[in-house]
Design a protein around this ligand. Structure first.
Ligand code: ATP
Ligand code: MG
Length: 229
């Protein structure tokens, strides 16, 4: 397959079944460097499955995914996990922070796993926490912070390694609208300043409005929505 010109991450004709359930049925996707694409659609339509395939977490039954000119299916597991660690960041709906670690230790964790010294990792972590306005929570554990604060910590952790793609699956799904908006504002700002592309799964139009472009998934098929401004 030839990915669309200039795309960083692209997928064509993805199929994935879980037993009798078809989760993806010929889905397509593409994103440019620094672009923010919202993936919308009803519950069970295949949004998370699409995101997991794009991120190399789930292997599709067929179809093609290219990242930066490389075909994901041609990589082995070790290469794919190295790609995830170095090029991708992840924010999920909830439950992603390690409860035993403080917030700054959580944000520093991806750098620590890459072999960065504790001092250097925590310095970088704090810089990101400042941008997400959660640096005052550095010594607290995830159980001691609010949902919105926790998601901002999670965004800082996802960006601390300087990923080229940030995957966010319903990052504000567990928040009230005010907190959700603050998280989205800061996520958008931070990702843009870092030059990261964002794949944002949401079923809320208000959240999708932060994106440059929308893709709608229905019954495992996706199509581009021209934004009507
Ligand atoms: N690990 C799995 N095992 C079995 N079935 C699965 C699995 N993951 C997803 N499915 C099924 O695949 C379909 C698509 O699921 P997916 O999680 O991608 O939907 P979604 O659009 O993210 O939904 P939601 O908005 O509720 O999160 C659903 O029918 C779901 O039940
Ligand atoms: Mg989902």
């Amino acid at each position: 397959m030839t990915p669309p010109p200039g795309s960083l991450l692209a997928a064509e004709n993805l199929r994935k079944a879980y037993g009798p359930t078809t989760a993806l049925d010929g889905a397509e996707f593409s994103i440019h460097p620094g672009e923010m694409v919202a993936v919308m659609g009803p519950s069970g339509s295949g949004k998370s499955t699409l995101l997991h395939c794009l991120a190399g977490i789930v292997t599709p039954d067929s179809g093609s995914i290219t990242y930066d000119g490389r075909e994901l299916s041609a990589m082995n597991d070790a290469q794919r996990s190295a790609l995830r660690r170095s090029e991708f960041g992840f924010v999920f709906q909830f439950g992603q922070l390690v409860p035993e670690l403080t917030c700054v230790e959580n944000v520093a964790l991806p750098l620590r796993l890459n072999g960065t010294s504790r001092k250097e990792a925590e310095r970088a972590a704090l810089a990101w926490m400042e941008r997400l306005e959660v640096d005052d929570l550095r010594g607290k554990r995830p159980g001691e912070v609010s949902g919105g604060q926790g998601q901002r910590v999670a965004v800082a952790r996802a960006l601390v390694t300087g990923p080229r793609v940030l995957f966010a699956d319903e990052p504000t799904g567990a928040l009230d609208s005010l907190n959700g908006e603050r998280v989205m504002e800061l996520l958008t700002e931070a990702a843009r300043s870092a030059g990261a592309a964002v794949v944002l799964v949401t079923h809320e139009a208000r959240v999708a409005a932060y994106s440059d472009r929308e893709i709608v998934v229905r019954d495992g098929k996706s199509r581009d929505m021209e934004r009507i401004v």
